[in-house]
Design a protein around this ligand. Structure first.
Ligand code: ZN
Length: 160
């Protein structure tokens, strides 16, 4: 048994997932007529993210389409890409839950085991507190877009 080696391999795998999303981000671009949008900025790193949403007309509102663009570090851009993949097709309540879960993952209150898919690769970011804001920025920007608070900076995470 060499636990160190296996967790080393795992973190290499996660780094690969993050690099791949950064290199080839999903849902990167612009929507022609978004129903909601928000911009987020992380002054600690210089990350900037714009999130645009297309919502279904009938209740419950579903995120029919989501796009993001911006510039930032690989953690931020990969997180945005994974987020867009995760919430597309969800209704607003489900999206809010996904946001809360991701926040819990970053703040260490949610066990990474319950997170499925590529997003789990970001769990390792918790070991680098200064990068947590990079990973959270797209999600907080999405939250602002969902809540219709377009333009409100998403850098007012609690604890600051
Ligand atoms: Zn960053």
């Amino acid at each position: 048994m060499s636990e160190n080696n296996s967790s080393e391999t795992l973190s290499q795998l996660y780094q690969e997932v993050i690099r791949e999303h950064h290199k080839d981000p999903r849902h990167y671009g612009t929507l022609s007529s978004p129903d909601a949008h928000a911009e987020g900025y992380n002054p600690l790193c210089g990350d900037k993210v714009i999130v645009e949403l297309k919502l279904s007309k009938q209740a419950p509102s579903v995120l029919e389409d989501i796009c993001f663009r911006g510039e930032g570090c690989s953690i931020c851009m990969a997180s945005a890409s994974m987020m867009a993949e995760e919430v597309q097709g969800k209704n607003l309540e489900e999206a809010e839950k996904a946001i809360a879960d991701f926040r819990g993952l970053m703040q260490g209150t949610l066990n990474p085991e319950v997170i499925e898919g590529d997003i789990r690769a970001l769990a390792g970011v918790r070991r680098f507190p200064v990068r947590i804001k990079c990973a959270l920025l797209p999600w907080m920007t999405l939250k602002n877009a969902v809540e219709g608070r377009a333009g409100v900076p998403a850098n007012t995470e609690k604890g600051e």
